[in-house]
Design a protein. Structure first.
Length: 229
């Protein structure tokens, strides 16, 4: 083979190898034939609700699969390493949980994706009168949430939820970042259900705002609830 032809073949090979797609994976796990996806507005309310092991991860697709036509199979997970255990949640067959120190109460929550199963994960979906506790977390080192305040008195719960209710939706709001990133908090709303709701709260030095689904601007009254105690 002529040298120039050999170089052309090698060049095409390298281009082919380097043209593989980088896939932006959704955080999923496939166990027992069911496809589960991570829900970031849900946390386990009490680790006592964690049930039996229903399977474990067999293959981590992120960093290993670049084929956009790849068909996920039993035991696949987007980001979890091989051997990661997947647990049931008692009384909630459409949910699954994976233990992690990075999430409030120690578990990442997954919901089955199907035509029959839809997770209602917006703040508006919570029955406000059923809220019996609100925990407030502040982002700590390595993005780990640190509990700074628990609200369990009915009047305080009502006062805070009223402030949140009065928030003004502003989809085009841009926080002030001249002094750095906004301070990040998380509000966790507990009812009698095994799954609690959680949503981010921010302060950019001038404006309090949170994201129950869209961006809502809040009054400064919310500050008294996030004072570390």
């Amino acid at each position: 083979m002529k040298k120039w032809l050999w170089l052309l073949v090698c060049s095409l090979f390298l281009v082919s190898c380097n043209s593989q797609s980088i896939i932006d994976w959704v955080d999923f796990v496939k166990i027992n034939g069911n496809h589960y996806e991570r829900i970031y507005s849900g946390i386990i309310a009490d680790s006592a609700s964690i049930g039996e092991k229903i399977g474990e991860v067999k293959f981590k697709v992120a960093d290993h699969v670049n084929d956009v036509d790849y068909k996920t199979k039993e035991g696949d997970a987007a980001f979890w390493e091989k051997g990661t255990k997947v647990f049931a949640i008692q009384g909630e067959p459409e949910f699954a949980a994976i233990q992690t120190k990075d999430e409030i109460n120690g578990y990442a929550i997954y919901h089955e994706v199907s035509e029959k199963q839809t997770f209602r994960g917006k703040y508006k979906d919570i029955e406000k009168d059923s809220i019996n506790q609100i925990d407030i977390y502040k982002e700590g080192k390595d993005n780990h949430p640190v509990l700074i305040h628990t609200i369990s008195e009915k009047q305080e719960i009502q006062d805070l939820t009223q402030i949140l209710k009065e928030g003004k939706t502003n989809s085009s709001f841009n926080p002030n970042t001249t002094q750095g990133d906004p301070i990040t908090y998380r509000l966790a709303f507990y009812t009698e259900e095994p799954i609690a709701y959680t949503f981010p709260l921010f302060f950019d030095g001038e404006q309090w705002y949170w994201i129950p689904w869209d961006t809502d601007l809040l009054s400064d009254e919310v500050e008294r609830f996030v004072t570390e105690k």
